[in-house]
Design a protein around this ligand. Structure first.
Ligand code: GCW
Length: 674
């Protein structure tokens, strides 16, 4: 196994296909993406099974596959019974008496169909008389890179940038092609290449100086159906010049952006659009000019409109110079307070990008009410694949486990249809039109730092494609593709380890949704009061009697921003899900929870258990020593060793902290350091 190859491993032996692998291809389509679909088929068949393909002029049955797009296949009168239509980007794969068919709705559909067919073969899931159709439920399946022109990646844990070096757009083209394959194979169709905090040379990526470089990069992604997007700095008219203002209602500013968009699109006609972080953590924005976020977004959207570009506007807007003494302000409310009053005020090529939780990618956070409460605004849900608060690709933390829960959250604005996964399947004003997530990739030879973190990259694409996929199915799918099916036990053990990793991390981390007990700025490892007296609005307010933030109407009122059914559940500590108890409530340590133990005892228990579970994951991995390639085995083992060291630190610091606050020892007599 080669870590670099991710879920495209070379296979031992041929898969079971009657008569042998379909090495003869009949084409029914054309265009850059379609041609690449065929090239990918050939390249991967050779790479995975050592089989060379040939292209045919006519259909001859045996060991033959037809790869095409629906209309073209129909026009060739090939004797296949075909569906009347397929949803955009969808495909049909069928093997039967009439032969083998990979039929895309369009070029992208053909490409996705090829990848799916190869995955079915590699995971042993393909059989004779097989038929499947599939299509992505949402239109936007986006990866955001937080890469800087210097090559540094903000919150990156897998080495330097794949795209940039020393202030230039500089890359290894072969590697970018491999990356494009990884993304396209999970259905990703857009990537923003530069950090939303637009720093240094990246501020000039929209100028003639850098655009040829961006265009060259986009040419590598284009055959994979992946369009590029650029993060822009709201103050660019001043930073690049020559204007003295970036006021969105100033005509000169609008004209400046219209001209920039013209130049940008003359170089990259299929650019997906611009991504903007405004008035957030020091980035410039419309507030500086007394304007609203709709004023800011709409002005930029108008510049992109003639070229079909979209303007993606992030909702991560909050006051980051809070006073910890003030219990009235609540950062969790911020996005709702800013954006709910603007529902319906955005132009039709604006999409709001909303982090799934109200704070910031914490280990345990409720889903933000904003996602369900907006009714007249196009929107995307934002995740983080990079493990900023979830172990930084040192600790194993399989994120689809949590994403599945997010997808199942019912925003409850009506009896049915308001689960996040349902909203994501609806699209349109009533729904969520797509997904965006921060990448976890970099120049490390295994792409993701921790080899098993490749599962998070894979899993994100799969969830964005099909929001009702189960984390377990993703874990199994990925493990089979990565570790092979010849020794099914290996893939099975790996997928079980993945599934246990998130709950383990949760248990030794900040308890019950209290969030932010991490080392300031690096965000790795415990520092219980690291953010307690900071300006960032991230407080747990533990004293000797109680801990937590009252977000009910008696406190900040955040809980009341949910639909009534959810507001009622979150506002009542006896109904509130345990994992969010301290997110919504301030409770005494002695409060009895449903399991009959006190809050404090539950904190102790979960921290002891978390470390034990991390140890157990490592032991299960050690049992795979003979089955897993030496390099991969050793590198993952190293990570587990660090994880356990870290988990112990979390356990001991958290338990000691509460022991010191309360003077109450563990009821089960385990060691808590004084
Ligand atoms: O979680 C915070 C990170 C910042 C990041 C910000 C954001 C890009 O700590 O590094 O900045 O979120 O999402 O904009």
């Amino acid at each position: 196994m080669r870590e670099y190859d991710c879920w495209f491993q070379k296979q031992d032996g041929e898969p079971c296909v009657k008569g042998g692998l379909p090495e003869r291809i009949l084409l029914a389509g054309g265009g850059e993406i379609f041609n690449n679909a065929v090239a990918e088929y050939s390249e991967l068949l050779l790479r995975k099974w050592g089989v060379k393909t040939v292209k045919l002029n006519g259909f001859t049955g045996e060991r033959c596959v037809v790869i095409g797009v629906l209309d073209e296949i129909r026009s060739k009168n090939l004797n296949f019974s075909l569906p009347a239509s397929l949803p955009p980007e969808g495909f049909l794969i069928r093997s039967g008496d009439d032969g083998l068919l990979i039929c895309g709705a369009d070029e992208r559909g053909a490409l996705y169909g090829v990848y799916r067919f190869l995955a079915l073969l590699a995971s042993g899931a393909f059989s004779e008389n097989f038929e499947t159709t599939d299509s992505p439920r949402s239109k936007y399946r986006i990866i955001n890179h937080w890469d800087e022109a210097s090559g540094f990646i903000e919150r990156g844990y897998a080495g330097r940038s794949l795209f940039f070096k020393d202030g230039e757009i500089k890359y290894d083209a072969a590697r970018i092609k491999d990356y494009a394959r990884l993304l396209a194979s999970t259905g990703i169709n857009i990537i923003s290449i530069n950090n939303v905090n637009v720093r240094g040379e990246a501020k000039r990526f929209i100028t003639e100086e850098y655009l040829p470089g961006v265009a060259a990069l986009s040419a590598i992604f284009r055959p994979f159906g992946v369009r590029l997007m650029l993060s822009i700095n709201f103050a660019a008219p001043c930073v690049i010049g020559p204007l003295a203002t970036a006021d969105p209602l100033d005509e000169k500013v609008a004209a400046w952006w219209a001209e920039r968009a013209r130049v940008v699109y003359s170089c990259i006609p299929d650019l997906a659009g611009f991504l903007v972080k405004a008035d957030s953590e020091g980035e410039p924005g419309p507030f500086q000019y007394g304007r609203t976020h709709a004023d800011g977004a709409n002005m930029l959207a108008a510049a992109l409109k003639p070229y079909g570009g979209e303007l993606i506007w992030r909702c991560f807007v909050y006051n980051n110079s809070q006073d910890w003494r003030n219990w009235k302000i609540d950062r969790a409310r911020a996005a709702c307070d800013v954006f709910l009053p603007l529902d319906g005020a955005f132009s039709d090529n604006v999409l709001l990008q909303i982090k799934y939780g109200p704070l910031d990618f914490q280990v345990l956070e409720p889903v933000t009410p904003l996602l369900g409460a907006l009714k007249k605004t196009r929107r995307l849900i934002e995740f983080q694949i990079t493990q900023e608060y979830t172990g930084q690709q040192i600790d194993l933390c399989f994120l689809p486990y949590m994403w599945e829960k997010v997808m199942n959250f019912d925003a409850a604005y009506a009896e049915t249809g308001f689960k996040i996964k349902e909203l994501a399947a609806n699209g349109g004003f009533e729904g969520i039109e797509g997904f965006a997530a921060v990448a976890n990739t970099g120049l490390d030879k295994n792409w993701t730092g921790h080899t098993l973190a490749q599962a998070n990259l894979y899993g994100y694409g799969r969830i964005a494609w099909k929001p009702d996929l189960k984390a377990l199915d993703i874990a199994e799918e990925w493990s089979r593709l990565t570790f092979g099916v010849k020794q099914p036990k290996t893939a099975e053990t790996v997928s079980q380890i993945l599934m246990r990793s998130y709950p383990a991390y949760e248990k030794y981390n900040a308890p019950f949704g209290i969030c932010f007990m991490v080392t300031p700025s690096t965000h790795y490892g415990p520092n219980i009061e690291g953010y307690e007296y900071s300006k960032w609005g991230t407080y747990h307010r533990a004293d000797l009697h109680a801990i937590g933030v009252d977000r009910t109407v008696r406190g900040s009122g955040y809980a009341a921003l949910y639909a009534p059914k959810n507001a009622a559940v979150f506002s009542d500590p006896s109904l509130c899900p345990k994992e969010f108890l301290l997110f919504f409530h301030r409770l005494p340590y002695g409060r009895l929870l449903a399991n009959g133990e006190t809050l404090l005892q539950n904190i102790y228990d979960s921290h002891f258990e978390g470390v034990e579970e991390a140890q157990k994951m490592m032991e299960d991995w050690e049992a795979l020593k003979e089955a897993v390639d030496g390099c991969v085995y050793e590198s993952v083992l190293e990570k587990f060793k660090l994880q356990i060291k870290n988990a112990r630190e979390w356990r001991d610091q958290i338990n000691t902290y509460f022991f010191r606050k309360t003077g109450i020892s563990d009821a089960k007599g385990r060691l808590i350091y004084p």
